[in-house]
Design a protein around this ligand. Structure first.
Ligand SMILES: [Zn+2]
Ligand SMILES: [Zn+2]
Length: 304
C-alpha cells in the first residue's frame, strides 16, 4: 500500500515567499487525507497535482488561522468542481459554525454533504477507521484546544507459504482460513500448525502528526515507535523562552520526543518566519536525534 505524506505548507503563523502555512496530504493506498488547511492550501494542491475530488476526510488540529483559514476556499472549489460525495471534517466544534455562518451570510451554497466530527481534548480517541487504516486524535498542549493525529496501517492477513500449501493440497477455503491464522487439519486428522503454512505479513506502519504544542512528555507513549513523526519545531534553542510563552516547541525538544519515542524518522516543520536559513535549526535537532529532516513545501515522505 502506498503510504506517504506530502507537505503542502511548512511555515508557522505567517507565510513566507517559499513556505505556506500548515497543511499536508497523507496518501494511504490512494485515499487522500488532508491534515490541516492553512491559507493557500488549494493552490498548493494544484501546484503539486493532487486531485481535490479524492479528498473526503479533513483533519484540523486547532483554530489558529494558520491551520484552517484555507478551508472555506477549498470547500467552495470542491463545490464548483461538481463534488457530490460527503466530506468529513474532524476538529474543534466551533469549526462547524465558522463554516456554516460564512455560507449563511454570503448566501453561499455547497451541494455536497458536509459532516462535522468533534474531537476529544481529554484523551486519545479513535475517530476514523476503514479496511486499511485507523486514525486516532490525541490532545496537545497549546493554550487553545489542539490535537495531533495518529494514522496507523491495519495488520494484513498472513501470507501463504505456497510450497507448503501445495504439499498439503489446501483448497481455496483452507487458504482463506490459514491466512487468517487457523491451523490446518489433514484428511488423516493431522494438525499442521499455522506458522508452518504461512509467513507473517509485515509490521503495520504508522505516521504521527504533532501540530502546535509545547514540549509534552505525554506524547511519547502515544507516538512510540512510529515510522514517521512530524513534530512542530517553531523555534531554535536561543528562543526557548519564546517557545514556552507561546506554547510551541524548539527543534531539540521535537527531537527529544522522537528519540525517547524511538521513532524511525522525524520531520521538523512549522518554522518561524524569522529564520531565513534553517540549517542551524536542523543541526540542533540532529544533535539529539540524527534521523531528522526539514519539511519543505512539496516534499514527499514515505512512511516506512
Ligand atoms: Zn500554527
Ligand atoms: Zn497554533
Amino acid at each position: 500500500m502506498n503510504f506517504s505524506v506530502t507537505i503542502l505548507g511548512s511555515s508557522s503563523a505567517t507565510p513566507t515567499a517559499r513556505r505556506n502555512p500548515s497543511a499536508q496530504i497523507l496518501n494511504a493506498g490512494g485515499k487522500m487525507f488532508l491534515i490541516d488547511c492553512g491559507e493557500g492550501t488549494q493552490m498548493q494542491l494544484r501546484r503539486f497535482r493532487i486531485r481535490f475530488q479524492k479528498i473526503h476526510h479533513i483533519f484540523i488540529s486547532h483554530l489558529h488561522g494558520d491551520h484552517y483559514l484555507g478551508l472555506m476556499g477549498l470547500l467552495q472549489t470542491m463545490h464548483l468542481f461538481g463534488k457530490t460525495s460527503v466530506v468529513n471534517i474532524y476538529g474543534q466544534e466551533n469549526l462547524k459554525p465558522i463554516i456554516l455562518e460564512q455560507l449563511k451570510y454570503t448566501e453561499g451554497y455547497i451541494k455536497y454533504e458536509l459532516v462535522f466530527n468533534k474531537v476529544s481534548y481529554d484523551e486519545v480517541s479513535r475517530i476514523y477507521e476503514d479496511d486499511k487504516i485507523t486514525v486516532d486524535s490525541f490532545p496537545l498542549d497549546h493554550g487553545i484546544d489542539c490535537t495531533g493525529y495518529l494514522f496507523k496501517e491495519k495488520k494484513t492477513d498472513r501470507k501463504l507459504n505456497k510450497p507448503k500449501s501445495d504439499h498439503y493440497g489446501l483448497s481455496i477455503e483452507d487458504i482463506v482460513n490459514v491466512k487468517r491464522g487457523q491451523d490446518f487439519i489433514t484428511k488423516d486428522g493431522e494438525t499442521i500448525p499455522n506458522d508452518e503454512l504461512t509467513i507473517d505479513s509485515r509490521t503495520p506502519r504508522a505516521y504521527a502528526y504533532c501540530s502546535d504544542t509545547a514540549f509534552k512528555e505525554d506524547l511519547i507513549p502515544i507516538v512510540k515507535g512510529v515510522d514517521l513523526l512530524y513534530h512542530e519545531s517553531t523555534f531554535m534553542q536561543e528562543h526557548a523562552e519564546r517557545a514556552k510563552m507561546t506554547k510551541h516547541s524548539t527543534a531539540s525538544e521535537a527531537a527529544e520526543i522522537a528519540k525517547r519515542a524511538e521513532v524511525s524518522k522525524l520531520v521538523l516543520g512549522h518554522f518561524s518566519a524569522r529564520y531565513k536559513d534553517l540549517t542551524p535549526l536542523l543541526n540542533e535537532a540532529k544533535d539529539v536525534f540524527e534521523n531528522s529532516v526539514l519539511a519543505t513545501d512539496g516534499a514527499v515522505f514515505e512512511v516506512k
